[in-house]
Ligand binder design. Structure first.
Ligand SMILES: Nc1ncnc2c1ncn2[C@@H]1O[C@H](COP(=O)(O)OP(=O)(O)O)[C@@H](O)[C@H]1O
Ligand SMILES: [Mg+2]
Length: 386
């Protein structure tokens, strides 16, 4: 790679591994920049195809499909961590994959992720690798209450069990162990808030962070983000600094979400990395000079990064399967400033991300009454955030 890479010319085709809502929003941003898209996704009529990407309907490891993607695209990007890293390595030999397979290998393996963060001097919760029930009982003794996680394959809280007592060990161990992936035991963190920072870096080493988001999860699925997070400026700056250190340490190209816990004393612990656009960055679509999707595309196509200036405080509410039917009945009651984003997914089931709603206001508190009145989101959750 030359030191000063040329921007990818508009008209070029960008390949996407994964065709969900993140890919859809990349396509929408990329069309405005003059790019074309080809998506590899096993589910027909995926959200990215609905937005106009040509779809190859095949598994992420199908050799013919990967070859077609490599031959038809000037570069390839991925929208989620659980694509096969081997397939990405194979692609890397044939076509430009700016994010690379290495960061994917790190983010898709919780043990490797934590070890990498430790190597970069980034604070993480104390953790241990678990292979037997005995190791688990020793971990419970030394670390106290635990969050057990499968090392690979987990998302939206799947593959996680919280335990605090010895009696819970056999069931927790057999539940997670039966998934045949390794297990990591993390100390349970009594955090005050959860926050995330989306950081972008391009090949010239230019780095830029979006404002820190504060996130509330329900059943481990993101429900609400509030931006900016309610943090002292010192903690906010520290969160962005950690994200930048990680971006530099991993030689990131593209955007990366860094999920963090804020401890009661204001210290930060990094929980997870996602080397792609992230749900907690959806506010950028309507509230920042550059959206996270445009920024990702700028970073991987060698454009200078865009401004991350935010216009107003923002609230992002996820529309999950359980919210959608009521939302569709209440469309006329949505506040006029609400920006509705729906992904066009056919099958609506609880916990599935169907869309999101972006709201901005000079003070987020002023939105509360209207949101509570809608009756779509749990009132207690809304009050937690406002
Ligand atoms: N060590 C921990 N202590 C306390 N809560 C945790 C811990 N690890 C995860 N959680 C909670 O579970 C959520 C999901 O965990 P995470 O590791 O981000 O997995 P994923 O998002 O891949 O499902 C976190 O956002 C947080 O609310
Ligand atoms: Mg997470």
């Amino acid at each position: 790679m030359s030191l000063d890479p040329e921007p990818l010319q508009p008209g070029a085709t960008i390949g996407l591994l994964g065709g969900g809502q993140l890919a859809q929003m990349l396509v929408l941003a990329g069309h405005a920049m003059g790019f074309r898209f080809m998506v590899l996704e096993p589910n027909p009529d995926c959200p990215a195809a609905l937005a106009g990407a040509e779809q190859i309907t095949a598994s992420y490891t199908d050799p013919e499909a990967l070859a077609k993607l490599a031959d038809s695209c000037q570069l390839v990007t991925y929208e989620f961590e659980n694509v096969d890293a081997e397939a990405v390595s194979w692609l890397e030999e044939r076509v430009d994959v700016p994010q690379g397979s290495e960061i994917l290998r790190i983010a898709q393996n919780r043990l490797r992720e934590k070890k990498t963060l430790v190597r970069l001097n980034i604070p993480v919760a104390p953790f241990q690798k678990i292979t037997t029930e005995n190791e688990l009982s020793l971990a419970l003794k030394s670390l106290g209450e635990l969050m057990l996680k499968t090392v690979t394959g987990g998302y939206d809280g799947k593959g996680q069990v919280r335990i605090s007592k010895v009696e819970q060990i056999p069931e927790a161990f057999s539940t997670l162990y039966s998934t045949k992936t390794e297990i990591v035991a993390e100390q349970f963190v009594s955090f005050e808030r959860e926050v995330s920072v989306i950081v972008a870096r391009n090949r010239l080493g230019e780095i830029s962070c979006f404002p820190v988001a504060e996130n509330v999860h329900e059943k481990n699925i993101l429900t609400i983000s509030r931006i900016p997070a309610r943090l002292d400026s010192r903690v906010r700056e520290q969160a962005q600094l950690l994200a930048k250190q990680i971006a530099e340490g991993l030689e990131l190209v593209g955007v990366l979400a860094v999920e963090m816990f804020v401890l009661p004393d204001g210290n930060l612990v990094v929980n997870e990395l996602a080397p792609r656009p992230h749900n907690s960055g959806h506010f950028t679509l309507n509230d920042c000079a550059t959206s996270q999707f445009e920024q990702h595309l700028k970073a991987i196509t060698n454009f200078p990064l865009g401004s991350t200036e935010m216009y107003k405080p923002a609230i992002m509410l996820n529309i999950l399967g359980e919210h959608l039917p009521l939302l569709l009945k209440r469309l006329k009651d949505l506040p006029p400033e609400a920006k509705l984003h729906l992904y066009g997914k056919q099958e609506c089931r609880p916990g599935r991300k169907m869309g999101h709603l972006n709201l901005t206001a000079d003070s987020p508190e002023s939105l509360l009454e209207n949101l509570v009145k809608l009756g779509i989101w749990d009132e207690a959750l809304l009050y937690k955030m406002l």
